[in-house]
Design a protein around this ligand. Structure first.
Ligand SMILES: *[C@@H]1O[C@H](CO)[C@@H](O)[C@H](O)[C@H]1NC(C)=O
Length: 253
């Protein structure tokens, strides 16, 4: 059991003992918000309430109010506010606080991250702008907003040290394995058990049906690329609508 789960279990236990444990402040690592949450929404001094997804906010150590902040103005997905808007694969306008995520290298230039079966827990793929999904990264989780339901990016575990690419898919439950961040507008993934030369290296490899499946590249970018795969980096894009255009503003994205 993680410390976070332990703390929220304690908080729940407190609710059962009326009066004995009246809490106006959530415990360290405890839940402090989310749809349906009726408990404390304040965090202890030196802690802040971080929105993990529409259904769960958690007290984290620190004083900032967002967990992930792009370091460039072109950067994507704020970690902040509670999402109030639904955003789904195929929706045309970006919801507040969300980013599209897209590749910027051929042969996948300006193809957008989404679910293979739109808005469902299925393989992570790159597809057309018209079906682009919308994302946030908070608390180390890459979260797809699928019609208001969060889908979490899950990276398969490494079977052995000869495996050099790890498949990514979407799950209805969060994962504790690995950490996603926006570095500027670039999506990176790391995990304590694997030393990666580049946390921003991705591979896109077509499956048997031709879907552009997305993988973590455990090796260096553009070196010993597996047969059939293409090296990619993937980036937040916060234009109002997903576009395949190649224009001046997009020259670095
Ligand atoms: C490593 O894992 C892969 C994928 O499961 C498997 O195909 C391969 O045979 C394994 N190699 C070794 C040396 O165990």
């Amino acid at each position: 059991m993680t410390l976070a789960k332990k703390s929220s279990a304690l908080a729940s236990a407190c609710l059962l003992v009326v009066g004995a444990c009246a809490q106006s402040t959530a415990p360290q690592w405890g839940q402090c918000g989310g749809i349906g949450w009726t408990g404390a929404t304040a965090c202890p001094s030196g802690w802040y309430c971080s929105v993990s997804n529409p259904y769960y906010s958690q007290c984290l150590q620190g004083t900032v109010t967002v967990t992930v902040t792009p370091t460039t103005s072109a950067g994507g997905g704020g970690g902040g506010g509670t999402p109030t808007t639904t955003a789904s694969g195929g929706s045309s306008t970006l919801a507040p606080g969300y980013s599209f995520i897209r590749a910027v290298e051929d042969p996948n230039f300006h193809k957008y991250l989404q679910s293979e079966v739109l808005n469902t827990a299925s393989d992570a793929v790159l597809g057309s702008p018209g079906t682009a999904s919308q994302f946030q990264i908070t608390g180390g989780q890459l979260i797809q907003n699928a019609n208001g339901t969060p889908l979490y990016a899950v990276v398969e575990s490494r079977a052995n040290s000869t495996v050099m690419k790890l498949k990514m898919s979407w799950s209805t439950t969060p994962t504790t394995a690995g950490t996603f961040v926006f570095s500027g507008d670039t999506v990176e993934w790391s995990i304590s058990t694997i030393a990666r030369p580049q946390n921003n290296a991705w591979l896109v490899c077509p499956d048997a049906q031709g879907h552009a499946d997305v993988y973590i590249n455990l090796g260096p970018y553009s070196y010993q690329t597996p047969a059939g795969c293409a090296d990619e980096t993937i980036h937040a894009y916060t234009g109002a609508t997903a576009t395949a255009r190649r224009d001046i503003d997009d020259s670095e994205n």
